[in-house]
Write a protein that binds this ligand. Structure first.
Ligand SMILES: [Zn+2]
Length: 351
């Protein structure tokens, strides 16, 4: 998830590159053309994009009734929007959780960087960039809330240390239910956020009750396709699920237990007191590929399975059972949230 903005000096000019981790997104990678092989495209990882494209290829190769989980062994075939990721609604949705204000694929990377520095300062010192006491609440920009505030469940993370795993799971399921309803066309896109299902999600948008679903997902930019926002919602669901398979987001066990036959989440982490560089290190493509998953617990297979449910407009109860019993299964021994091993050093930590 996290915004690690690097500075590169190119052609005598100063360019801020948004590089967002956990798993990483890279809105500059193949932004306009596939396989463009530009220095930008090679410089940063695009993990979410790759998992998503593999998952979509998997789902398209299995058009029949869903038999969860879809299992795909081909990790080379990629189904891509030939004009580039910027024209791919599903990928734009995958970007959204990290960049809900749509700053990264425009010329606003500097603003994103400034916001994230401010958000981190508030989260760790309770003071904003002006030095005034502050807390990230529901009035803040979505990007603040998604990374350091109450919307960290968009990355399958807890909003604070000490949050019970069951609460994080509940928030994740609320978002999943909403995103799934939008993706499957069961919510009118002009519905206001104080009316969307499920009703338990509405309090998170108490200060944005007048926003429409259309506005939430595309406050600045959108594609003309009628299905654009619905595909973005699907992408947002995939982002959350994919993040949960990063060790910086959740500690998992893949062994069977009575309640969780395909493994469980042992702890959801909170980003608030993690060190961004430590977090980012395990969100890289190499870390994802080095990790051993099972067929049931694998971010590509899980993403493909959810895309298949969406394509067939499966009943939400089926999808909820899958998310609750497999993807985000919690056993009795689940721990309260903490930063995991990704903690801020007592001295020398970044602020
Ligand atoms: Zn994320």
């Amino acid at each position: 998830m996290l915004p690690n903005v690097r500075v590169a000096v190119l052609a005598g000019g100063l360019l801020l590159l948004g590089n967002t981790a956990a798993h990483e997104i890279n809105p500059l990678h193949e932004k306009y053309t596939q396989n463009s092989n530009t220095p930008f495209g090679r410089a940063f990882d695009a993990v979410h994009e790759e998992i998503t494209q593999l998952a979509r290829a998997c789902q398209l190769a299995h058009p029949g009734p869903v038999q969860a989980p879809l299992v795909c062994t081909d990790r080379n075939t990629r189904d891509q929007e030939a004009r580039g990721n910027k024209y791919d609604s599903l990928v734009r949705g995958v970007w959204w959780n990290d960049d809900p204000n749509q700053l990264l694929f425009a010329v606003r990377q500097g603003k994103f960087w400034a916001w994230m520095r401010d958000a981190r300062r508030i989260a760790t010192t309770n003071h904003n960039w002006k030095g005034k006491p502050a807390a990230i609440d529901g009035t803040y920009y979505m990007a603040y809330r998604s990374h350091y505030g109450d919307l960290q469940f968009l990355h399958a993370m807890a909003s604070r240390n000490g949050e019970p795993a069951r609460d994080t799971q509940q928030s994740i399921l609320l978002w999943a239910e909403f995103a799934y309803a939008v993706a499957t066309g069961r919510v009118d896109l002009e519905t206001k956020m104080d009316r969307v299902p499920p009703s338990d999600l509405q309090p998170y948008f108490r200060n944005q009750g007048g926003w429409t679903v259309n506005y939430l997902f595309a406050p600045r930019y959108r594609l003309k396709s009628a299905s654009h926002i619905r595909s973005m919602a699907a992408g947002s669901l995939l982002h959350m699920v994919q993040d949960s398979y990063s060790a910086a987001h959740a500690d998992r066990a893949f062994e069977a237990s009575d309640r969780c036959p395909t493994g469980s989440v042992l702890e959801f982490h909170s980003y608030t007191h993690q060190r961004p560089d430590l977090h980012q290190a395990v969100d890289r493509r190499t870390a994802w590929q080095a990790r051993t998953f099972t067929t049931a617990q694998d971010p590509v297979n899980v993403s493909a399975t959810l895309l298949a449910y969406i394509a067939q407009r499966a009943d939400w109860n089926v999808v909820r059972d899958y998310l609750q019993g497999t993807v985000f299964c919690i056993d009795e021994g689940a721990r309260e949230a903490g930063p995991g091993g990704f903690v801020v050093a007592t001295t020398g930590g970044r602020s």
